[in-house]
Design a protein around this ligand. Structure first.
Ligand SMILES: Cc1cc2nc3c(=O)[nH]c(=O)nc-3n(C[C@H](O)[C@H](O)[C@H](O)COP(=O)(O)OP(=O)(O)OC[C@H]3O[C@@H](n4cnc5c(N)ncnc54)[C@H](O)[C@@H]3O)c2cc1C
Length: 381
């Protein structure tokens, strides 16, 4: 049997980038996935890589992730498109926050510009005049096609970096003895390596259930909608709106954030954790979302598998308030889930060489590449 330095459990974006950085550092890596191919958070999202929405070290991880994405894209097409990110403010409060974040990001030499109402309407003909007050625009941020990104990255790992990938293989046990880590599959095959990193997303019942039960993690359920291809519509890049300005961590750093109040027309939307984002996919369809419902580890099945019509209606109504294009030409709808932790990520070392790294929350497509790079450096010091 082949010898491995590192076994990564889970081939979502977190697992894939831990495997990538370890392989780049010359490690022999095995990455194991329980499903036929990744079907969890990593393929159910918008594909917005938006460091501008993060704060503190996550902003830095996001910036670094943009560089890593571009480096890989130069070698193989993993669907990175540098179309920028725009946050449309809809009232004076949101516009004030946009101006304050502009000052913060200018201070960090992070490229952004403020756009007046007129400029927004000229640049985005689909935008409704009554909605927009102004915007902050980040020209260097990127969009990805989530499914293409992960499937092509996994191919790249195998073809160019000699990583071994085992799909359809659930890991049901992971222990360390005499400086070696043994992982056991549901088919009772054991693989051995010096180290294991567990990037298992929101799967808590296969490995270390007792640790997850005490972890403080929660799972968020998000509702998503996608239109039919709208070939006459061109809304490029990552589009975020007023409720996103009131929600994202970066805006919380703005001096006036602590004084903001919620206008009446936002109350029902906020109750369901709704903020409206748009991302046009390569085929012209537009992904519209999202909402947030929460449950702790152990109760996550109570979130249900279905989507609520009331939430979809609220999202579509708000989307219609923002854009002219036919938002109700919906082709598909789904629920996505992710794990999140009050400390922004769950990092737990089960033993000296077994490391759980999950619960990255709603920022995994933005920050995993940079976070995993730092984590691999730390673990191999
Ligand atoms: C609807 C939605 C929209 C989002 N939008 C964005 C966005 O635009 N931008 C952004 O930055 N982030 C976004 N996110 C967040 C982002 O998708 C997640 O942070 C990220 O995908 C988490 O990746 P992960 O690898 O930790 O988890 P996952 O993608 O869930 O991957 C974990 C993998 O581990 C496997 N696994 C688990 N246990 C085992 C085991 N024992 N053996 C073998 N395999 C196992 C699972 O099958 C799974 O494939 C969004 C998320 C959702 C749900």
């Amino acid at each position: 049997m082949k010898n491995f330095d590192l076994i990564v459990v889970g081939s979502g974006i977190m697992g894939a980038f831990h495997a990538y950085h370890a392989a780049m550092a010359g490690k022999r890596v095995l990455i194991v996935e329980k499903d036929n191919f990744p079907v969890s958070s990593t393929v159910r999202n918008f594909g917005q890589a938006v460091p501008s929405g993060s704060a503190g070290k996550w902003f830095d991880f996001g910036r670094r992730s943009l560089e890593i994405y571009q480096q890989i894209q130069q070698k193989v097409d993993i669907s990175i498109r540098r179309n920028g990110t725009i946050y449309f403010a809809s009232d004076e409060t949101e516009w004030q926050l946009a101006n304050e974040l502009y000052d913060i990001h200018q201070g960090k030499q992070y490229d952004c510009i403020l756009l007046s109402k007129r400029q927004c309407l000229d640049l985005y003909p689909e935008l409704k005049q009554d909605y927009v007050r102004g915007a902050i625009y980040y020209p260097n941020e990127v969009s990805v096609e989530p499914n293409l990104l992960i499937y092509r990255l996994l191919d790249y790992l195998q073809e160019q970096l000699q990583v071994t990938y085992l799909p359809d293989t659930a890991i049901v046990n992971c222990t360390e003895a005499n400086g070696k880590v043994n992982v056991v599959t549901s088919g009772n095959v054991t693989y051995t390596a010096e180290k294991a990193i567990i990037c298992s997303g929101y799967v808590f019942n296969l490995l270390f259930p007792e640790i997850y039960a005490q972890s403080g993690m929660i799972v968020s359920k998000l509702q998503m909608l996608q239109t039919v291809p709208l070939t006459n519509v061109a809304i490029k890049g990552n589009i975020l709106t007023g409720l996103s300005i009131r929600r994202y961590e970066s805006f919380e750093e703005c001096p006036s954030f602590q004084h903001i109040t919620t206008p009446e027309h936002y109350r029902e939307l906020k109750k369901w954790g709704i903020h409206i984002l748009f991302k046009q996919a390569i085929d012209g369809s537009v992904i519209i979302g999202d909402s947030h419902e929460y449950a702790p580890v152990g109760k996550t099945d109570e979130l249900g598998f279905d989507t609520r019509t009331h939430i979809n209606d609220l999202m579509l109504k708000e989307a219609e308030r923002i854009m002219h294009f036919p938002v109700r030409k919906i082709a598909r709808a789904w629920a996505g889930f992710y794990a999140q932790h009050p400390n922004d990520i769950f990092e737990y070392d089960v033993s000296p060489n077994i490391h759980i790294r999950t619960g990255i929350g709603g920022k995994g497509m933005t920050t995993s590449a940079g976070y995993a790079e730092k984590n691999i450096q730390k673990l191999y010091l």
